[in-house]
Design a protein around this ligand. Structure first.
Ligand code: ATP
Length: 447
């Protein structure tokens, strides 16, 4: 469907309400009043997020012979974060309002004259440095020697293991290492549902290439690969942009960088960054640890530090994007009666839809229909994400539309006689009569 208006069709309030009502996203520890910057994924949200991560993993690891898997610990030796620069530089400048006590990031303030929340003038403090890393202590003593951090990104686990990985996996550059895992940042101003949170999941690819003149081509290849990934899962092209960072906007060691951004209801926001980082990360760990993380090329008996192309995507932001981008509120006309009704529908790509097929009996008080529908649903279950439901027909369709189920199967009286069922397509609302015997392959071909 062509989108003429690139503005999202849904407000933050609408998506937050739907996410809660249908079990996608809840505020963490809500019964105690919640805790800022933390969220839980409900029964459908947990599946949606898992599907998004699986889609990334399938593309970035399973379908490639030049990327290996990795899973590092959340807490690492504290020196890791000294070498990476996070202890010294991972800071935001923050400003407090002495009147309303609200806290702001300096780079989010339009002016330092007046508090944007309470409107008082001259109440904002001088900026202070605030390190975004969350601290914890390891072991029974809470002294400074035991102080460690929850990782603010997953990448460092890959860098410090570079040698272990290439030696054990028998890989030589160009090759990559991929990881999905939790990261933590003590964000000053969390907000916009799961867009900016303090605990989130990142999917990172660290791709090591030789310094043979093909590094920029590799970087461009990864940018294209990531473009294909978003388009494959149907993200509206007009709401997605690949913003090329200008030299002043990227770190001094980076040769190139792109931010992948989505047009959220509150404006453009970053989903992923793709960067050519040179040898910066491996060099930093070699310098501090004194250990050799170069690649030794057996063939030429030479060693070198590979260049790095990184893709770092946020899985919570991507999941939120899928939810927002799928949303439509529309008027639909019944083909037979001509009656018009409004519906809210999530047009998830069938591969990531939490439920792929809903199965219902036409009447819940007819045991033969119920038994038929239940049997049918359990026969589909090993092959598709299916769900049995029963009740008022209109409500059943409305509920499945609202959770983004691409197909609904209705068992009616005719089914009992000829073993056929009606399959309704979420998007076209067309209904096909399909033989039960061929149902699984009919659906498999469409999801
Ligand atoms: P921002 O500028 O929005 O704070 P960033 O540039 O610091 O993000 P990176 O360090 O490049 O982010 O992290 C890579 C990805 O991790 C981001 O593109 C985003 O998808 C995700 N991410 C980073 N911080 C958060 C957060 N607080 N909440 C949710 N996702 C995050």
């Amino acid at each position: 469907m062509a989108v003429t208006d690139p503005k999202p069709r849904v407000s933050l309030e609408q998506i937050t309400a739907l996410a809660k009502r249908r079990g996608f996203i809840f505020a963490s520890s809500e019964i105690y009043g919640g805790i800022g910057g933390f969220f839980d994924y409900g029964p459908l949200g947990a599946i949606l997020k898992r599907n998004v991560k699986d889609a990334w993993w399938r593309e970035m690891v399973e379908l490639r012979d030049d990327v290996v898997a990795f899973d590092s610990s959340i807490i690492m030796h504290p020196s890791t974060w000294v070498a990476s620069g996070h202890v010294g530089q991972f800071v935001d400048k923050l400003v407090d309002c002495t009147n309303c006590k609200h806290r702001f990031r300096l780079d989010h303030l339009a002016s330092r004259e007046q508090c944007p929340d309470c409107g008082m003038r001259g109440t904002l403090t001088e900026p202070r440095n605030f390190n975004l890393m969350m601290q914890t202590s390891v072991g029974p003593l809470e002294d400074s020697a035991a102080r460690t951090y929850l990782r603010p990104e997953t990448a460092q686990g890959i860098f410090v293991n570079f040698k272990n990985i290439y030696q054990s996996a028998r890989k030589r550059p160009p090759f990559g290492v991929a990881q999905i895992g939790k990261s933590f940042r003590n964000e000053i101003t969390p907000g916009n549902l799961t867009f900016r949170v303090r605990e989130f999941e990142q999917a990172e690819l660290e791709f090591f290439v030789p310094d043979d003149g093909n590094d920029v081509a590799w970087y461009e290849r990864w940018v294209e690969a990531r473009k294909r990934w978003y388009s494959q899962y149907g993200v509206t092209p007009e709401r997605l942009r690949f913003y090329e960072l200008k030299p002043a906007e990227r770190p001094h060691y980076a040769k190139a960088g792109i931010d992948v951004e989505y047009l959220f209801p509150w404006g453009w926001g970053e989903l992923e960054s793709i960067a050519h980082r040179g040898t910066y990360d491996l060099d930093a760990h070699m310098a501090l640890s004194g250990k050799d993380l170069t690649f030794f090329d057996e063939a030429s008996k030479t060693k070198y530090t590979p260049l790095l192309i990184e893709s770092s995507a946020g899985m919570d932001r991507t999941t939120l994007t899928m939810l927002i981008d799928a949303y439509a509120d529309e008027v639909v006309r019944d083909a037979e009666s001509g009656k018009e009704t409004r519906r809210t529908v999530l047009r998830f790509h069938p591969k990531i839809a939490p439920v792929q097929v809903g199965v219902f009996p036409l009447a819940r008080n007819k045991p033969e229909l119920v038994a038929f529908a239940r049997r049918l649903e359990s026969s589909l279950r090993p092959h598709l994400r299916s769900q049995y439901d029963e009740g008022n027909v209109g409500q059943l369709y409305r509920r499945q539309d609202e959770i983004g189920t691409p197909f609904c199967v209705m068992v009616d009286y005719q089914s009992l006689g000829d073993d056929t069922v009606t399959v309704r397509d979420r998007d076209t609302m067309r209904q096909d009569r399909v033989n039960v015997e061929g149902l699984q392959s009919y659906l498999a071909a469409r999801v």
